[in-house]
Write a new protein. Structure first.
Length: 235
């Protein structure tokens, strides 16, 4: 069934793994910390424990690299029973700083899509993460000129989107959200009467995955590459 986007006036984009590569760097960092702490545990166990630590710390630190760095350090202290060396802690801090200083690697076709859509639609960014880090990435991406508004949210639940749309005076049925996370970018939007297009990235953080049951019955479109969006918005 063809979806009708004729009502759409504003298009929202997720940033990490929708506009640019992000999750890949977290995977690489997890691998590095696994090697650093291999003296204490197996890489698999370290992965699992790090994930648990991140989830426990989410309400305290929120999303993003800085919370991730603190969780890696806390894990090192816990796994080593408090004996981890300052050298290893310094190396963990370096892993985190490297993540923050990575160049921006735009995903295929991103700029082309934004260029075309920004002629006829208001475009906004709705992202989670550290405010400073997300602002820095947007600045480095060279994409700021295409967007009317940037919103860094601490969570992407229905209520966060409802508040955002209300504040920006956007009617839900005139809003389309595009993103890689079913949990954060797609399902909450469908629930509040907006439209959504899912563009999966090859790797998804465990915390962002949803079960088939959770996604069941939700009305959204899935595409493989962002440029496919232009097929629906031929002006
Ligand atoms: Mg994302």
């Amino acid at each position: 069934m063809e979806v009708d986007y004729s009502n759409i006036k504003v298009i929202g984009f997720d940033a990490d793994d929708t506009l640019w590569v992000n999750e890949t760097y977290f995977r690489e960092a997890e691998e590095s910390v696994g090697q650093l702490l291999s003296h204490y545990e197996t890489p698999n166990k370290i992965d699992q424990e790090l994930f648990k630590m991140e989830i426990v710390n989410l309400p305290t630190y929120g999303y993003g690299v800085k919370g991730f760095i603190l969780s890696m350090i806390e894990l090192a202290i816990t796994l080593s029973n408090g004996t981890v060396s300052n050298t290893i802690i310094s190396k963990i801090l370096d892993i985190g700083k490297d993540m923050i200083n990575k160049p921006i690697e735009l995903l295929d076709g991103v700029e082309d899509v934004l260029k075309v859509l920004s002629k006829d639609y208001k475009l906004i960014v709705a992202t989670k993460g550290d405010l400073l880090d997300q602002e820095r990435k947007l600045e480095k991406s060279g994409l700021l000129k295409y967007f009317h508004h940037i919103e860094v949210l601490s969570e992407k639940h229905e209520s966060n989107y409802t508040q955002l749309l209300k504040r920006l005076e956007i009617k839900p049925d005139s809003f389309l959200m595009i993103g890689n996370s079913l949990k954060s970018d797609i399902l909450p939007l469908v629930k509040i009467g907006a439209q959504a297009i899912h563009v999966p990235f090859h790797t998804t953080w465990q915390h962002e995955t949803v079960t088939k049951k959770e996604a069941n019955g939700s009305d959204y479109k899935t595409i493989e590459c962002l440029t496919e969006i232009l097929d629906f918005f031929n002006s």
